[in-house]
Design a protein around this ligand. Structure first.
Ligand code: PBG
Length: 324
């Protein structure tokens, strides 16, 4: 290999046009998923302190936000619900007339070409805020499966294109696949949150979704942050149970996990750029310490460079307008 002065890597960096020509990784809004928080009421738009620019919105407002994002090229939205009432089992999650189900029907009609993904979990609907049923103070894995499966089916019946279980119960992908198939929904894909870590970076989300656990934490079901081989086992099991795509979450502190999953599996790989990752940049930008747009584009590009095919991000709509 020739070296300096024959080789000068700066030659292709000299102008914007030259740099574009050799760029290895690009962002496309069609590969971005915008999270939306739907709440009861009419004409409600409640800004979230920890997630500047993001709000809890009632159905009609969700419809407008989704249509606007879609018109700007965003590929998909993922819905989270804030129910009117919570109970021990989280029955609002599979209520035919539940908040997410109502939003789905409205969105399905208003934005036929937009991919509608739903987060399948019980934590927003349970009075204790855990992602599964509680029996004797512990999160009961097997008792939760049927409820999660019921929730997934009800989302699909209301218009969801893709269901994304985020509860981290063992066996939930298989249970959801079987229930969907029984309901004649064998063409609906499952996007599994396979490697979902027990992360401090979910802080602002829990305020947004009102899902902070009332006792304990989520470490008995979400993954232990130091582990990467275990993440690959989670992905492998989810794929074996019928997952059509897998997710690593959070994204930035886990780029090595994204890379490892990319190298091992050929299935579509999603990464979730979570609320805390967004809030950190927003806070620093508000302080005047960094440029939000540059920082966000750099972070999202890094997630793709690590190997993600698609990214769930609170910047989805912003990116679509920035790249226009
Ligand atoms: C629900 C769920 C969580 C997130 C997505 N789905 C919270 C949690 O597990 O505590 C976090 C998303 C974010 O922080 O942006 N289980």
């Amino acid at each position: 290999m020739s070296t300096f002065p024959v080789t000068r890597l700066r030659r292709f960096r000299r102008t914007a046009a030259l740099r574009s020509l050799v760029r290895e990784t690009t962002l496309d809004p069609a590969e971005l998923v915008l999270p939306l928080f739907v709440c009861p009421g009419e004409d409600v738009e409640r800004p979230l302190e920890g997630l500047p620019g993001i709000a809890q919105r009632s159905v009609e407002r969700i419809r407008e936000a989704a249509a606007a994002a879609h018109a700007d090229g965003v590929g998909a939205v993922i819905l989270f619900g804030i129910p009117e009432e919570k109970d021990d089992e989280g029955s609002g999650a599979w209520d035919e007339d539940g908040i997410v189900q109502r939003a789905l029907r409205a969105l399905r009609e208003a934005s036929p070409g937009l991919v509608l993904i739903t987060d399948v979990c019980l934590c927003e609907y349970t009075s204790h805020g855990h992602c599964g049923v509680v029996t004797d103070g512990e999160i009961d894995n097997d008792a939760s499966l049927e409820l999660l499966a019921r929730t997934a089916v009800s989302h699909v019946e209301a218009g969801a294109d893709v269901v994304a279980p985020s509860d981290m119960m063992d066996g939930r992908v298989g249970a959801i696949r079987a229930a969907l198939d029984d309901a004649g929904r064998e063409t609906t894909p499952i996007l599994a949150y396979s490697a979902k870590y027990a992360s401090a970076f979910y802080g602002p989300f829990r305020e947004a979704a009102g899902s902070t656990p009332s006792f304990g934490d989520r470490r008995s079901y979400q993954m232990d942050p130091p582990n990467v081989r275990e993440a690959l086992r989670e992905c492998e099991l989810d794929l074996a149970e019928g997952a059509d795509a897998i997710t690593v979450k959070p994204a930035l502190p886990y780029l090595d996990v994204i890379r490892a999953a990319r190298e091992r599996f050929d299935a579509p790989l999603f990464a979730y750029n979570v609320s805390g990752e967004y809030a950190m940049v927003k806070a620093a930008a508000a302080g005047g310490w960094l440029d939000e747009r540059q920082a966000a584009l750099e972070a999202l590009t890094a997630i793709k460079r690590a190997g993600a095919d698609a990214i769930v991000t609170y910047w989805a709509h912003d990116v679509a307008t920035w790249l226009r």
